[in-house]
Design a protein around this ligand. Sequence first.
Ligand SMILES: *[C@@H]1O[C@H](CO)[C@@H](O)[C@H](O)[C@H]1NC(C)=O
Length: 206
Amino acid sequence: MGSASRAVSCLCCPCKCLACGLFSCLCSILISLLVVVGVLALIFYLIFRPHMIAATVDSAALAQFDLAPNSALAYNLSVDITVRNPNKRVGLYYDDVESLALFQDQRFGYVQLDSFYQGTEESTKVSPQFHGQQPLQGDVNAANFRSQQTDGKFDVEVKLNARLRVKVWAFKVRGPKARITCPLSVPAPGNNAGATFKPTDCKVWF
Ligand SMILES: *[C@@H]1O[C@H](CO)[C@@H](O)[C@H](O)[C@H]1NC(C)=O
């Protein structure tokens, strides 16, 4: 009897393990466990996965974005992000919410935001405000800064991370970490020459 057919017989007749020893008994328990975990994962997938969170940046504005000769980047960036829970049966708690702002893969801004709850099919507006000063590393980045300044808009990436808890009916289950990434093109401060911010969809990972 091959191990595959033994596995099948274990699965089909768990009582048999009383008769055929410890190995078969362990094998039967293990396989039942795998099946239960598999079914739970499938149920969770069917409930949750088909409807990912959606996030859009509705507006982003730079009141200040200056690179001093000593490479200090002085910034004041406001962003409005709408996060939507499209699920009909699943509520979401967002904990440890943090937002990051990056220029040329260098993080210059960081803010911690309040936790929030999102009922089924609800949207939440999150508005991180970044301001301060941060040294910008590297001559290439300074050169990129100048050329984008000439173009009148800056490529800035804004991220939103949160630890999720999932509410299904009366149950609250620890969920995955959500990572939302929004690649933005933001008009330079004081640029009134027609450069307006276009609403941008974000990518969501778990
Ligand atoms: C940043 O810009 C906003 C919008 O112009 C302004 O209200 C706010 O006072 C500025 N913050 C700082 C620290 O300069």
